[in-house]
Write a protein that binds this ligand. Sequence first.
Ligand code: SAH
Ligand code: SF4
Ligand code: F3S
Length: 485
Amino acid sequence: MVSGKSIVRFNATSKRCAIKLPALDRHSSLRRLMKTETKKIESLDTLFIRTYGCQMNEYDSGRMADMMKQAYGLRLVPTPDQADVILMNTCSVREKAEEKVYSELGRYKKLKEKRPDMIIGVGGCVGQQEGERIQQRAPYVDVVFGPQTYHRLPEMIKEIRRDRVCLTEIDMPEIEKFDHLPKAESHGVSGYVTIMEGCDKFCTFCVVPYTRGPEISRPVDDIIEECRQLLDGGAVEINLLGQNVNAYRGDGPDGEEWDFTMLLYAVAELDGLKRLRFTTSHPMEMTSELCVAFAEIPQLMPYLHLPVQSGSDRMLKMMHRGHDRETYFRIIEELRSHCPDIALSSDFIVGYPGESEEDFEATLDLVRRVVFDSAYCFKYSPRPGTPAAKSEDSVSEDVKDIRLQRLLALMREQAREGMQRQVGKIIDVLVEKEGRNPGDMAGRTPDFRIVHFKGQMRQIGQIMPMRIIEAYGQSLRGELIITDG
Ligand code: SAH
Ligand code: SF4
Ligand code: F3S
């Protein structure tokens, strides 16, 4: 039976979809889609979600699972071969993102050949960017959606089942998806809450402003309510998420606009909250009040991820980051004046177009001056539709590799020293889960280091003082100094 049709809902006039996509050959797309076997699904029971990318995507996948459970009673399964619905939540921030998606889809195609009734969906940032092109290349994909449309999934799936259509839904609606999501379910000790989305900064190398749209903040009351649900469900730690989380400006309960620091103080008041964290911050949105909050809010943990990308003023300017290296140093100085032991982490890009040896040396110099506890270091990769992609990718792959290795070597040294400094200290560890070795449990220090120790399952969710007895590259070993009886 061949009766498939494709529906594309894409608000082409929206300023938010700023990437200029090549004109699509709708007819050939339709023709190819017509050839796909149409679905006749009687019952859906199981769901598999493959998540790539940032914590915002992790959060979104969790919400998709909650939503599908509520709408269709779908149960999450650990592998795609048992699933009636497979969703990919994709990321397009760095190279080969699209290719990874297509090769993974190739595996799902084989599953669908055996079970034509299953539904395959591609969401997230590649979904947003590629849109209808995904179904042109992979006609067995039933639904393509973006980070701002996944709340419509239950409806879309109903439509797919009822009308035997393939859907692409990647507009960026004015209405907030958050208004349409079900109650958050708690999944463990640490809960995640997206408080703002999108990005208005338009760094020249980055796709995020195009895939996630402009910065939109959720109202304070909604955030507080979601945090409360997570705490009621057993979480003791809350992580507030946003592409530029400290750019938060949301409607407060008093009718005024609240900034990020005001929100932090309000969340910290919640009963049952033991630890509060947030990510990712932008240097241009750091305020003195936020630096002070690290000293004033006991639940706010001493760890900050503050991407800088480069230590060269010339590069920072070309990247359109909006600040220079001195500004970054000043922020760190202010932070450390209020919270001397704060652990710092950052993101770096090496080999941005035009980066000279001198520029790269300036990055190493910044790292030596600041001293980080961890960092994510990337080779620059041109992303379609971004301003930087129009410049020649002038730094050779070999030079990028060498610079990356040099930066990583310095980072490893700093990280190792940071870990070593913990040995002998007595530190409060929040027990999160079972460790890898038998009898081991794993938890985190306030400054976000992983600690393994001999413990028990029932300690999950408790904060336990431990003596740190050994440091490894990425983690610590601790010893309980008191037992919980
Ligand atoms: N909003 C955050 C970062 C979000 S993207 C911030 O501005 O700090 C996560 C990281 O991916 C960036 O910090 C950057 O280091 C890296 N990244 C983004 N685009 C990239 C590209 N085209 N090539 C290499 N790394 C990139
Ligand atoms: Fe990308 Fe820059 Fe926005 Fe971060 S601030 S998401 S790097 S454009
Ligand atoms: Fe990737 Fe989109 Fe997050 S591009 S990093 S999944 S915002």
